[in-house]
Each structure stands twice: as structure tokens, then as C-alpha cells.
Design a protein around this ligand. Structure first.
Ligand code: ZN
Length: 137
């Protein structure tokens, strides 16, 4: 049924509480629900997919994450509508979350790609994309 779809992602984070505050808010906005929680990690689930955030062990904290190095560059989520993309953008700005490519927003991904790009607390790039044939909803 879900063969081949993403089962889960697990991401190590430099400061679990900070990441929980950020991702907990964002993922709830996107329809995820709290799934698992333990001393060094927490997850949220939507449908058949869950995302896990785990505290990085002290000995692996350095050199930290950088999206230009080898490895994950960014994560993109389907948004509900352009309106939701706009609302999330406003909320992110009010939380002082860095919005990327502001000069091209919301078309930084191209003229037919309505999206907001921003950074998580470890500077992982996150993208929320509105449906392609979406008028204002
Ligand atoms: Zn993308």
C-alpha cells in the first residue's frame, strides 16, 4: 500500500528542546501529530510517515550541520494552499525564523512554484510548497 513511500526520517539535532519547539509548531501546522517521545528524541506522524528528531551526542556535535556539505540539503513539504504558505511565512517571520531568498519570495523556486523557504534551528533548509493548481483558498 505505502510501498516505496517515505516511512520515516530521523534527523540528529544540536539542541533537542530548541528543535522540538520549532518542529512541534511547524509540523502541527502541517497536520502532524505527536507520535513518540523519549529522553533524547521526539517524533511526529502524518499518515504513514513520521519524522524523528534526536539529540546529537556531545562527541559528534562538531562540526555541526551545513546544507552545502554532502548530505541533506533541504526538506520540502506539501502545503495546503497559497494562503497557508502566506500564513506560515508571517508566523515564521514573527518568530524571527530566517526566511531564505526573500527577494524572490514566494517564487524563489520558479514562477510556477509557490513556496516559502526557511531555516530550522540547525539551519536545515525547509520548504513549504503550495499545490500547483491552487487559487487563493
Ligand atoms: Zn525544494
Amino acid at each position: 500500500m505505502a510501498t516505496g513511500m517515505i516511512h520515516h526520517f530521523e534527523i540528529n539535532v544540536s539542541n533537542l528542546q530548541r528543535s522540538i519547539a520549532f518542529w512541534g509548531w511547524l509540523l502541527k501546522e502541517l497536520g502532524y501529530e505527536s507520535f513518540q517521545e523519549w529522553e533524547s528524541g521526539k517524533s511526529w506522524k502524518l499518515g504513514e510517515t513520521y519524522l524523528v528528531f534526536v539529540q546529537t551526542d556531545v562527541k559528534f556535535i562538531e562540526p555541526g550541520y551545513h546544507r552545502r556539505r554532502t548530505g541533506l540539503n533541504h526538506i520540502a513539504f506539501h502545503g495546503r494552499s497559497r494562503e497557508q504558505v502566506n500564513q506560515l511565512t508571517e508566523r515564521l517571520m514573527s518568530k524571527n525564523v530566517p526566511i531564505l531568498y526573500k527577494d524572490k519570495h514566494p517564487y524563489a523556486g520558479g514562477e510556477h512554484h509557490y513556496a516559502v523557504f526557511f531555516e530550522d534551528p540547525d539551519r536545515i533548509k525547509v520548504e513549504i510548497v503550495a499545490p500547483i493548481n491552487n487559487s487563493y483558498a
